[in-house]
Design a protein around this ligand. Sequence first.
Ligand code: NI
Length: 132
Amino acid sequence: MAVKRFGVSIEEETLEKLDTYVEDNQFPNRSQALRFLIENSFIEHKWQCNNEVAGAIVLLYDHHKNDISHKAGQIQHDYHNLILSTQHIHLSHGLCLESIAVKGKASELTNLADMLISLKGVRHGKLVMSRT
Ligand code: NI
């Protein structure tokens, strides 16, 4: 996908909050943090409804970071009723790719995906859903 640049005017206080967010979540730069926030809010807005949907949560993460495998597993146990199957692929010495098939209310799946994607150490995360 082509990446475009644009200028943004923002209050100093909000920018400071953004920089704290970038640091806390270990984003490499402001652009990546903004992309994450924008995409997340669009998805949330679109899917905060009670339609029954099915889809997949895909996570790419560094399993050396922050006990992430364990945390991701705990969350999946807590929401086992929404999860159809989980495929875990050890991509390399450090990287894991997890593909989690899900089914349930769109709002519940969105919340589950947010919890997993916002774990520290997740390099990329995405939720795809379709009405059944
Ligand atoms: Ni792995």
